[in-house]
Design a protein around this ligand. Structure first.
Ligand code: ADP
Ligand code: MG
Length: 351
């Protein structure tokens, strides 16, 4: 039989490489919102406001009152791998900022139209400039601006037909964005957050800076959640506190829900940990007679060198040293509190 010739290998065009990579970093509108809000937090903002049109496909606008961007940095702002946060690889070990790889803004310009308006402290006016495919579309224009930075992302996935189609048919992107902002709002209590649909007068998330944790949970998740919470912590006199510290709130035995809400921050990063979630769901299922799912807000602090933040491009999953010990300890703390709460409830029902 005739030998088949192997297909010829060629180098992909840079624009193709960039768009494919960008589609991995920015998977959905909510991924863009997360990156933008994290940038605003990294810029020490105390107020972050989000406006969304058409589930984020038409417009995502994030405005903050942070330190702004230097005018001379604007030409490279949206190039891949340009950042103010990391210099050497070793810096990753102790990185405090949420961003570090300089890829988010660049990615957005490869799959959307991005416009940045920014002003730094002491300047008389700000600058506005638009980007496409990593580069400025025009020279920055002087403009009036209030403190901070506003980033507009328009026509997301305009050049990824299949992605746009699948997202257009799903209506839940706005609720994913509201969910994300709710989580940030209850952790960063020194920052005021708002999130609303374009044209709406009422925001769907609204939190005030400097409120207590419980107050912000109340304003974001409602009184019915806030009044059924117990505070939890692993304290300093606990032997486990040498490897980690934890504090948070957990729902008591009166709380009723069909779905688990677990808001988890590790070293101030919003992350997922399905193993911890499962471990705590088991406690609730085993302790409470009715199959109610828990509400949990948990903040864990670890030595930075015990967390690998660089395992996933979206940084959503992290790896922890001593993960099993940490999960067991949190599980037993939650179990004890929940038992006490349940016994108190059963006692009240008897009298
Ligand atoms: P990274 O956050 O990993 O550095 P990004 O692409 O998200 O990469 O942002 C690139 C750079 O742009 C940041 O390092 C930061 O200096 C600047 N930047 C982005 N957003 C803001 C903002 N809202 N306020 C101030 N600076 C910002
Ligand atoms: Mg970033």
């Amino acid at each position: 039989p005739p030998v088949q010739q192997p297909p010829k290998i060629h180098r992909l065009q840079e624009s193709v490489v960039n768009r494919i990579a960008a589609g991995e970093v920015i998977q959905r509108p909510v991924s863009a919102v997360k990156e933008l809000v994290e940038n605003s937090l990294d810029a020490h903002s105390t107020s972050i406001n989000v406006v969304v049109k058409d589930g984020g496909l038409k417009l995502i606008q994030v405005s903050d009152d942070g330190h702004g961007i230097r005018p001379e940095d604007l030409p490279i702002l949206c190039e891949r791998h340009t950042t103010s946060k990391l210099s050497t690889y070793e810096d990753l070990q102790s990185i405090k900022t949420m961003g570090f790889r300089g890829e988010a803004l660049a990615s957005m310009t490869h799959v959307a139209h991005v416009t940045v308006t920014t002003i730094t402290e002491g300047q008389l006016h700000g600058y506005r400039v638009s980007y496409r495919d990593g580069a400025m579309e025009n020279q920055p224009k002087a403009c009036a601006a209030v403190k901070g930075t506003q980033i507009m992302v328009e026509n997301l996935f305009y050049n990824m037909i299949a992605r746009r189609k699948t997202l257009q048919n799903s209506s839940d992107d706005y609720s994913k964005i509201v969910d994300l902002l709710s989580r940030f709002a209850i952790h960063y209590t020194n920052v005021g957050f708002s999130c609303r649909k374009h044209g709406a007068t009422r925001p769907d998330v609204h939190s005030v800076a400097t409120s207590s944790r419980l107050d912000s949970i109340k304003s974001v998740y409602g009184v019915s959640v806030a009044r059924n919470l117990i505070s939890i912590e692993v304290s300093d006199d606990d032997p486990s506190s040498s490897i980690f510290k934890m504090d948070g709130f957990m729902s008591n035995s009166n709380y009723m829900a069909k779905k688990t809400t677990m808001v988890l921050f590790i070293n101030d990063r919003l992350v997922d940990c399905s193993a911890l979630k499962r471990a705590l769901e088991i406690v609730y299922a085993a302790t409470l007679p009715k199959a109610s799912k828990p509400f949990l807000y948990i903040s864990i602090v670890l030595p930075p060198e015990h967390v690998d933040v660089n395992v996933h491009p979206t940084k959503r999953e992290v790896s922890l040293l001593n993960q099993e010990i940490i999960i067991e300890k949190i599980q037993s703390t939650v179990e004890l509190k929940l038992r006490n709460s349940n016994e108190a409830r059963m006692f009240e029902e008897q009298v």
